[in-house]
Design a protein around this ligand. Structure first.
Ligand SMILES: *[C@@H]1O[C@H](CO)[C@@H](O)[C@H](O)[C@H]1NC(C)=O
Ligand SMILES: *[C@@H]1O[C@H](CO)[C@@H](O)[C@H](O)[C@H]1NC(C)=O
Length: 237
């Protein structure tokens, strides 16, 4: 059973992750009665999963508005801009399930070519565990034992198993650490800091438990199956 503490890259996330704060929580229900109640301040907010729309909140009242054709709403400048000038978070796959052992990766298909800047995995159901005999080991993203934020092991690779996310090297045990996310967070957001991951329409991308990917014989105790929706910022060139 591996829950050694892996190398942590907290500092890198701190500046960059806060710059992403314009994205509203993707768990929020998308209806006019509840939308603005999730948000504490009046203003315009990106509409979940449709970047051509935005919502205006005044108190608890939402009005939904659309940008004109071919434009996307840009929360940073609070206006509609050309699509190439904004990073838009779309849901690109639903209910992708992966297991914690026996090459039990899940996969999804890339819907259009571009630069992959961010992936957000949203918990739907299930769990993965690093110790089948201990219910405390159940987690959404790795191992439920030990210090929460370094027990992350959900990783994303290409079809040839080269690592896409996290963007830094995994620990030899298949684990990594993240700031502001832990193994019970409902979403796992992974950023590509150099912005250079080119991805092609039709590519099959894999979601793994890290211990299953590095396959050092420690996965034998693992168990569970975890299902997620996949959201991505796929920037057009
Ligand atoms: C399974 O977990 C138990 C208890 O943590 C441990 O003693 C054992 O070595 C583990 N087995 C494997 C194959 O990892
Ligand atoms: C894996 O695939 C990517 C993209 O198709 C390619 O750039 C990379 O060289 C491949 N890596 C290996 C080890 O085959």
């Amino acid at each position: 059973m591996a829950f050694k503490y892996s190398f942590i890259l907290l500092a890198l996330c701190i500046g960059y992750c806060s710059a992403q704060a314009g994205l509203i929580p993707i768990d929020a229900p998308f209806n006019a009665d509840t939308f603005c109640k999730q948000i504490s301040r009046d203003g315009n907010y990106p509409f979940p999963n449709d970047c051509s729309k935005f919502a205006s909140c005044t108190g608890d009242i939402a009005t939904f508005q659309s940008c004109s054709a071919d434009l996307f709403y840009n929360p940073a400048s609070d206006n509609c801009v050309f699509q190439k000038d904004v990073e838009c978070l779309h849901r690109i796959a639903e209910n992708v399930c992966y297991k914690a052992k026996d090459s039990g990766f899940g996969h999804f298909t890339i819907p259009r070519s571009g630069t992959l800047r961010q992936l957000t995995l949203q918990h739907k159901s299930g769990f993965v565990s690093c110790d089948a005999s201990n219910s405390a080991a159940e987690s959404f993203w790795g191992c439920g034992l030990g210090f929460r934020s370094v027990q992350m092991a959900t990783v994303v690779t290409r079809q040839n198993n080269t690592l896409l996310f996290p963007f830094f090297a995994l620990g030899t045990d298949g684990y990594y650490g993240l700031a502001r996310t832990d193994f019970r967070s409902r979403t796992l957001t992974l950023y590509n800091f150099d912005g250079e991951i080119q991805i092609t329409k039709g590519e099959k991308i894999r979601i793994w438990h890290g211990e299953d990917l590095v396959n050092q014989g420690e996965e034998g105790n693992n168990s569970g199956e975890h299902c997620v929706d996949v959201w991505a910022v796929l920037k057009r060139e």
